[in-house]
Design a protein around this ligand. Structure first.
Ligand code: MRU
Length: 376
């Protein structure tokens, strides 16, 4: 296929701070790059309390599983540092979105550090510092995990596709906008690009909130990758044309049996990949594996408001509330709008974490990988 859409240029992919902690004289804040405004504008959102962060999580100003974990941890630290009710903040943050398990993992990490400090006899200020240290640690660990996933993922791609010149299809957004580092699936594509082995990144637009078109294309362009955007429903013909060598996606929750919840539209790609004998690879940190969720059916899939489907806003900007966009369906139309779908393990070629690749995907192999990561 012609490469008339190829972009090239300098690699600037690492310069996007998706989240940071700041301590101006007025008191600590969590600063977010507002992802609802990308790529039109790079606008920061300053959260001075946990409710503001909860709202930012709900509106997807901050989003993507690993980043949700980091945001949840900073949210607890923020409530503690500003003297708010930490219990209330932790409960609200953990419940802000139901599917990405990283959110509750991050909240729990900071909350446990806070509680442990209090139990040791620390005052509120020291306990708040302990919560912040835990959030910062999670942030650092995510960056490290990201780099290791990129290495393992590229090694796997090279093994599965020895010819090089990978043409990778990805869905949703999984780069530095969702991570303390360079992301999950996108970090693997970026590693392939830097190694000169990425021929093309196919970017699904990811209806209805356009994370692919607005965010992945933004990150790919900044990285100087050759990338092409397609509508989600064009993926089938792309596979049929023999243009896809591998699919790389992230995950919001991986159940103990290896079922993967990820952005809605991932499961149809896995079905297509199987039909066309193309590897379907999931890239996620170990924190996304939830041993307490036994299988795919037990994963709670977030249902989003129908107006996200029945209305569109100005070009590149998602709708933010009922009536805020231009209707694309008759008034009163009901919409089915699950934010995620679940791919069963038998359709997944490999799950790549910072610990390496699990393939074939079985409950036993996943559990063994999680034990190794905990040093058990
Ligand atoms: O609804 P979103 O935009 O938060 O969904 C994000 C995804 O589905 C990502 O693919 C997933 O969190 C993995 S990110 C590394």
């Amino acid at each position: 296929m012609a490469d008339q859409y190829a972009q090239s240029g300098e690699d600037k992919s690492t310069g996007i701070p998706a989240i940071r902690w700041e301590e101006p004289p007025e008191g600590p804040v969590v600063v977010l790059l507002d992802q609802t405004r990308l790529p039109a504008e790079e606008v920061e959102l300053v959260c001075t309390d946990a409710p503001a962060l909860v709202e930012a999580i709900g509106s997807l100003a901050v989003r993507g599983a690993p980043l949700l974990g980091i945001a949840g941890a900073y949210g607890v630290a923020l409530a503690a540092a500003r003297g708010f009710d930490v219990d209330e903040a932790a409960t609200a943050l953990a419940g802000a979105r139901p599917t990405a398990v990283n959110l509750s993992v991050g909240v729990r990490r900071a909350r446990s550090a806070y509680d442990a400090a209090l139990a040791r006899g620390a005052g509120g200020e020291q306990a708040a510092e302990a919560a912040l240290a835990a959030a910062r640690q999670l942030h650092r660990e995510d960056a490290e995990a990201s780099a290791r996933m990129a290495e393992h993922g590229l090694a796997l791609l090279d093994e599965l596709l020895p010819g090089g010149g990978h043409r990778i299809l990805t869905h949703c957004n999984t780069g530095s906008l969702v991570s303390g580092g360079e992301g999950t699936a996108f970090a693997v594509a970026l590693a392939a690009h830097r190694a000169g082995r990425l021929r093309r990144l196919w970017v699904d637009e990811t209806r209805p909130l356009l994370q692919g078109a607005r965010l992945t294309a933004y990150e790919a362009a900044r990285s100087g990758m050759a990338y092409t955007l397609l509508t989600d429903n064009a993926a089938g013909s792309l596979f049929a044309a023999g243009e896809v060598d591998a699919v790389l996606v992230g995950a919001d929750r991986i159940a103990a049996d290896g079922s993967v919840a990820n952005k809605v539209g991932s499961y149809p790609l896995a079905v297509l990949a199987r039909y066309h004998h193309v590897p379907f690879i999931v890239v996620a940190p170990v924190t996304t594996v939830d041993g307490d969720t036994p299988d795919g059916e037990s994963i709670e899939v977030e249902q989003r408001p129908g107006y996200e489907v029945t209305e569109v806003a100005a070009p590149n900007v998602p709708v933010t509330g009922a009536g805020s966009g231009v209707p694309v369906a008759p008034l009163g139309t009901q919409a089915y709008n699950p934010a995620f779908d679940v791919t069963p393990p038998e359709l997944i070629t490999a799950i790549v974490t910072e610990e390496g690749a699990v393939s074939p995907v079985t409950a036993e192999a996943l559990a063994e990988m999680c034990d190794r990561s905990r040093g058990v």
